[in-house]
Each structure stands twice: as structure tokens, then as C-alpha cells.
Design a protein around this ligand. Structure first.
Ligand code: SF4
Ligand code: SF4
Length: 169
């Protein structure tokens, strides 16, 4: 599923409908924090980490199934995430997105948070937006976005090697 960004201009109601569209057909970037946490729960990084190159840098993404491009942790029987309690930061942020520059979407505007200018979006393809009673605030989303960026910036091949060495002990 492709993220269709719409500017997030206010706090919003959200309730996941478990349609699981977001767990198929998209790159889920992993930080070392994510990889370590998932590995600590007994999963071998060699089974769930794929490599991709972007702007001359190695990036890590979640492995996916060949037959439906679904994430390897998505359970096709129940439609649920098998690692829900320790899933990657990107999955925690979805159906929202935090960008450090504008994407060029109509009516977007910066959101100031902790001295930073951020651009917040939601995915208009997600049927859970505007549903349920729980209100998600823009501050919560911005905080998750900053957390992700901090971890993503620290993520490199050396760090992954250390995690793999630890897993062998
Ligand atoms: S697309 Fe939205 S409603 Fe569907 S599983 Fe993902 S977060 Fe939940
Ligand atoms: S880790 Fe879980 S929430 Fe994230 S894409 Fe995979 S199945 Fe979906």
C-alpha cells in the first residue's frame, strides 16, 4: 500500500481496523534499536532484516513474503502483527508520518515541537483515521518522529554487526 500523505492540521481520532493493508507492499525501515529489541524476543535478525542502499548509505528494512509482499511478522490467518508489543518505531508511528521538510502537499504547514520545525501527515488510505474514541495528539506523533530520527541516524552496518555478534554468544 502506498502512503497517501495529507497534512495533519489538528489532533485526530484513530482506531485501527486491522485491515492490515499497511503491513503489505511497503518498506518498513528498521533502526538498530528495533532490530535489537526484536532479536531480544528470540527472532534471528537474519530472518527479518533486509538490506537496501539509499543515497550511498546502507539501510535496513523488514523482510517480506514473496507471495503477497506481506511483512514476515504479519499473521495471514489472524491478520494481526505477531510482534505487536515490540514492533518497529515506523509501525508505531503509522498511519502518521513525521517529516523534517515539507513534502509539497497542498495546505501543509510546519508544526513546531521542541524547537524543531516538523511537517506532520496522515495516510488518507488508512480507514482507521477519524474512527473510535481515542484521540492522538500532534505532540505524541512529533515525539515518536523525533525518537525515530534519533535512532535512524545512529543506525549503520557496524551497529548491526555488533548485534549479530551479541546474538551468537
Ligand atoms: S491501514 Fe490503518 S486501519 Fe488498516 S491495519 Fe493499518 S493502521 Fe490499521
Ligand atoms: S512489524 Fe507488525 S505492524 Fe509492522 S509491518 Fe510487520 S506486521 Fe505490520
Amino acid at each position: 500500500m502506498r502512503f497517501k500523505p495529507k497534512p495533519l492540521k489538528s489532533d485526530v481520532k484513530f482506531k485501527c481496523k486491522f485491515c492490515v493493508d499497511c503491513c503489505r507492499g511497503r518498506f518498513i525501515y528498521l533502526t538498530l534499536y528495533d532490530i535489537k529489541r526484536i532479536a531480544e524476543h528470540g527472532h534471528d535478525p537474519q530472518d527479518f532484516v533486509l538490506f537496501t542502499a539509499e543515497n550511498g548509505k546502507i539501510r535496513f528494512v523488514l523482510a517480506y513474503r514473496e507471495w503477497d509482499l506481506g511483512c514476515v511478522f504479519h499473521d495471514p490467518e489472524t491478520g494481526k502483527c505477531r510482534i505487536h508489543d515490540y514492533n518497529p518505531l515506523v509501525c508505531r508511528i503509522y498511519p502518521f508520518m513525521v517529516s523534517h521538510r515539507p513534502l509539497g502537499v497542498e495546505r501543509e504547514e510546519p508544526f513546531e515541537y521542541k524547537g524543531k520545525k516538523l511537517w506532520l501527515y496522515y495516510d488518507e488510505s488508512c480507514p482507521g483515521i477519524g474512527e473510535g474514541k481515542e484521540i492522538i495528539t500532534r505532540e505524541e506523533i512529533a515525539e515518536l518522529g523525533l525518537n525515530f530520527k534519533e535512532e535512524f541516524d545512529k543506525t549503520d552496518l557496524d551497529g548491526l554487526s555488533k548485534i549479530l555478534d551479541e546474538a551468537k554468544k
